[in-house]
Write a protein that binds this ligand. Structure first.
Ligand code: 6SB
Length: 324
């Protein structure tokens, strides 16, 4: 399972948790403007927006899980198993894009959500696997800029583009159902709640009782409600450190601890990493399951006009500040 969210203070932040039982060998990957992005069904993209994100690089191709570009657009792919549907036949009227090309394609060409939608309306997503070892990922997407967020789902009936007023995405069920389900939690509040049992005197024995009933389990529907509640109630100062700190607190509310979700006998899904992007400044921050110290990579510290990928291995060892 995975969770993606946005958060706005002075700047606009975008990020996700990636929950799985094994790693795909991800690292921080910067795709500079002149890196040739090869496409299976059309000519390679020669010059484009610069991208920073989490990806695994195979045969020189950046297979992005999520990322942002230097114009401030973010795209994250989250599992959408049994619902994602891609086409097997090429289209003669639309641009044919293999499913693994979707994130780099959008981030290289669109500077905001409107432009992303224009591109998506003209896409035919192909079920072409990257290789025989990497079958198609079944994903849906959170796409956001500082003004607007959408969810994009390629399903049997076609392409679904939903406005995403919450700025949050998890996994199944389809997004319209996730959003509707929030109705069931509309009474949750960060405030104290009144006693509605009339004459019966009931003690407010604890703080935080206004959010009683907020789901605490790891299912995708529960994580959607929980992270939406935390995000929409979130308050922080608007400077960089406070905003980044608050962003990690939002996503930590849906952290998956080893042992709580067994996916196969003896194998557990955990939050492999949590990422946070300042989309205005092109800075990526991340933590990993074992390293709680935030690491950061700034795309503008690299030569963004080059034609070679820049790769930073994840710092995965716990950094403890021993004070004595
Ligand atoms: C596993 C992850 C989703 C985690 C998640 O949601 N776990 C919930 C489990 S549950 O389903 O909810 O039970 C997803 C998210 C992004 C994906 C990569 C996207 C690029 C590329 C696309 C190619 O086509 C296949 C290989 C490829 C590297 C992909 C591998 C894998 O698929 C990634 C990492």
């Amino acid at each position: 399972m995975c969770t993606a969210t946005t958060y706005k203070t002075k700047d606009f932040y975008f990020g996700r948790t990636l929950d799985y039982d094994f790693s795909y060998g991800e690292s921080v990957v910067i795709t500079p403007r002149s890196f040739l992005i090869p496409l299976r069904y059309s000519e390679a993209i020669k010059s484009h927006y610069a991208i920073i994100g989490m990806a695994t690089v195979i045969d020189g191709f950046p297979l992005y899980f999520e990322g942002i570009n230097d114009k401030g657009l973010g795209v994250a792919g989250l599992n959408f198993v049994h619902n994602a549907h891609y086409n097997h036949e090429k289209s003669s009227s639309k641009t044919n894009i293999a499913q693994f090309e979707f994130i780099p394609y959008i981030l290289s060409k669109a500077k905001n959500v409107e432009e992303a939608i224009e591109l998506i309306d003209n896409l035919n997503i192909m079920d072409t696997p990257f290789s025989s070892k990497l079958p198609c990922a079944e994903l849906h997407y959170l796409i956001a800029d500082s003004n607007r967020a959408i969810t994009v789902e390629f399903v049997k009936d076609g392409t679904r583009i939903y406005e995403n007023p919450v700025g949050v995405l998890t996994n199944n069920p389809p997004f319209d159902k996730q959003l509707f389900n929030l109705n069931n939690y509309r009474r949750l509040t960060h405030k104290d709640i009144p006693n509605t049992f009339g004459e019966v005197e009931l003690e407010q024995y604890s703080r935080g009782m206004g959010a009683m009933g907020l789901p605490g389990d790891l299912s995708s529907q529960s994580r959607f409600v929980r992270v939406a509640f935390v995000k929409l109630n979130s308050l922080s100062k608007d400077d960089e450190k406070s905003s980044v700190s608050q962003f990690f607190h939002i996503l930590n509310s849906v952290d998956q601890q080893r042992g709580c979700c067994e996916v196969k006998e003896g194998e557990f899904e955990i939050t492999l990493y949590t990422s946070c992007y300042n989309t205005n400044r092109g800075i990526m921050y991340y933590t990993t399951y074992d390293n709680h110290q935030i690491s950061s990579v700034d795309m503008h510290h690299e030569n963004l006009d080059s034609d070679e990928l820049v790769v930073y291995q994840l710092v995965r060892d716990e950094k403890i500040n021993y004070q004595n």
